[in-house]
Design a protein around this ligand. Structure first.
Ligand code: FMN
Length: 232
């Protein structure tokens, strides 16, 4: 295989998994992945990332409180502000074609699991699995200083993708989790993060449950011609 073929295969081997085994991840492995990810580029090398690794009792306590809040929100959606970013209001204004792709993605997942539109309990339970890190033993949170919220957020994408690809080389899988932002107030309290910090994203990390149906989901991509304009 050429270097490109190896790299391409690694990139294509990563996908978001949503069912993990309880098998712990060695501390040295986690440390090494973070060390590799820290080589990601960032604007003016500001390295705006702060990472929290949540495992054991910290993970369990966070899950318990968040899942309780998630259930509460189902009955009292008006309390969203109390727990987090209130569903990222700006996100809800997303239009075509992004909204179509988002819906396609959601229904592909629910469809795979046999969950129909009418099955509100089933969808609630599947969505709640986010707040259990899909049973992964390791949760990660990426936060930054409040002053870094603009273009520096790009740096997190670079860091997270480097981290996720590095994880694949260690037999580990991941799922980036924006869903935790809905409960960022709970998360930040559990992390004992300072008032100047804001949450960017969460992530589940662990060894894949190879037998889980949900992990067979394959997502499409637009063709290069659909997202590229060549100006000569
Ligand atoms: C920033 C970001 C946030 C995401 N948040 C979630 C999430 O909260 N829950 C979830 O199940 N998947 C989440 N995903 C996974 C996306 O749905 C997934 O990347 C996309 O559908 C493409 O599929 P793939 O990762 O398998 O290639 C997130 C991905 C990214 C990059």
């Amino acid at each position: 295989m050429t270097d490109f073929e190896k790299f391409d295969a690694l990139v294509r081997s990563r996908k978001s998994l949503r069912a993990f085994l309880p098998k712990p991840v060695p501390h040295e492995v986690l440390r090494r992945l973070l060390e590799t990810a820290s080589r990601s580029p960032s604007g003016t090398n500001m390295q705006p990332w702060q990472v929290y690794v949540v495992q054991g009792a910290s993970r369990d306590n966070l899950i318990n409180e968040t899942c309780a809040a998630y259930d509460t929100l189902r009955l009292h959606p008006e309390r969203a502000e109390e727990f987090g970013h209130a569903g990222d209001a700006a996100d809800r204004k997303v239009g075509s074609p992004y909204l179509d792709r988002r819906r396609q993605n959601g229904w592909a997942l629910y469809g795979l699991l046999g969950l129909t539109r009418e099955n509100k309990d089933g969808m609630h339970q599947q969505q709640e699995r986010n707040y259990r890190f899909f049973d992964a033993p390791v949760g990660l949170f990426f936060t930054t200083h409040v002053s870094m919220q603009g273009s520096s957020l790009v740096d997190f994408g670079l860091f997270m993708q480097t981290f996720m690809l590095a994880a694949k080389t260690q037999g580990l899988d991941t799922c980036a989790q924006g869903a935790w932002r809905n409960f960022s107030k709970i998360v930040m309290r559990h992390l004992k993060a300072g008032p100047e910090e804001v949450m960017v994203c969460g992530m589940a990390l662990g060894y894949a449950d190879a037998h889980a149906l949900v992990n067979t989901l394959e997502t499409p991509r637009e063709s290069v011609d659909n997202f590229t304009r060549w100006l000569d």
